[in-house]
Structure formats: C-alpha cells, structure tokens
Design a protein. Structure first.
Length: 189
C-alpha cells in the first residue's frame, strides 16, 4: 500500500476483535511514531503499552476520575457511569498511551513539542492501517487529568495526548466523503 492510499483509506476502527496483537507489530507501530519530525530533535514522545491486566489498571484510574466528578458517586446512575468508563480500555487487546514530555530547553516552544507528538500519532495510525490493524485515537478531558499523569509517571509538564486502541478490525467501514481540498485552499501569489 502506498502512502497516499494509506492516508485516504485509513479510518478510525472503534470495534476490534480480542485477538492478541503480536509484540513485533506493536513495536513497528511505535517505531513509526519515532520518525515524526520534531524541532531540535527533542524526541518528546513517550509510549506506554497496556495489555492484559494493565488495561484494567488504567480502567480503574478512569473510574476514579469519573467518580470524583459525580455529585453522588454512590448513586445507581453514577455507579453505572463509573463501571462503563472502567471498561473502556478493555475494548481492544492493546492500548498505547502516548505522552508528551516537553524538553526543558529554552529555545523550544512547548506547542511544537505537542505538534511533534501529534505527528508521531498519525505515523502510528497509518502504520497500524498498513499492517492490517484497526486503531482509534481517543482523547478527552480524562487525558489531561493529574491522575493520568501520575499513573504514567510523567513530569509536571508532561501529559498524555492519546490513547490508541489497537487490534484487528471487527468491522469494515465505508469510505467517508471529505471536502475537496481545493475548497479549503487559498493560493497567494
């Protein structure tokens, strides 16, 4: 598959089977992330692979975060919400949490560190697709919660910017229509 085809056909796969993903494929996906461009070659990305019980441990942290947001964490509605979010990491056999650890160099702009990690994530998603894997990039306010930062032992300036749920696709998704790039492009002479 050439890169243009991979870009145009990659889709977020919210449903994957529970079939184990070989370590070698996970490592290829992560390695692709390390080839993203990054200003001053700071390599601000950090990768955390969760499989087996590691996913449940992450789910417990998710549950703590959501529980703390509830007016009454012991109500039936709250308990259902907490239980549902605790199961999120179990949706796929592999979850790769991707963090950013900005450099302390004064000449590096923090936003560029984040941009580099986002580029790494796109490399990872494209590689997963090329390897026949399904993946979806999940974020949300839970990523930026201090309990998540602590769980992954990131610095005070570090944070998780993605949970990549990875596995073998369980469904085939139809192509999506995109706005023609010409409509979104302004040429300035």
């Amino acid at each position: 598959m050439n890169i243009h085809e991979a870009i145009k056909t990659r889709r977020s796969k919210p449903l994957v089977s529970d079939k184990a993903v070989p370590t070698e494929l996970i490592e290829q996906v992560i390695e692709a992330g390390t080839y993203a461009p990054n200003h001053f070659r700071t390599e601000p990305w950090r990768f955390f692979v969760l499989t087996g019980e590691g996913r449940a441990k992450l789910g417990n942290v998710f549950g703590e975060i959501i529980g703390a947001r509830q007016d009454d964490p012991t109500s039936e509605e709250s308990l259902k919400k907490i239980e549902r979010v605790q199961k999120n990491p179990l949706r796929s056999p592999v979850v790769i949490a991707v963090g950013v650890e900005p450099t302390e160099k004064h000449n590096v702009i923090p936003q560029e560190e984040h941009a580099a990690v986002h580029a790494a994530i796109q490399n990872m998603l494209l590689t997963a697709h090329a390897l026949g894997l399904g993946a979806i990039w999940r974020t949300g306010s839970i990523c930026y919660n201090p309990k998540i930062t602590k769980f992954f032992d990131l610095s005070e300036d570090g944070e998780v910017v993605a949970f990549i749920y990875l596995g073998y696709p369980d469904v085939e998704l139809a192509p999506i229509k995109r706005t023609d790039a010409k409509e979104l492009t302004t040429w300035i002479d």
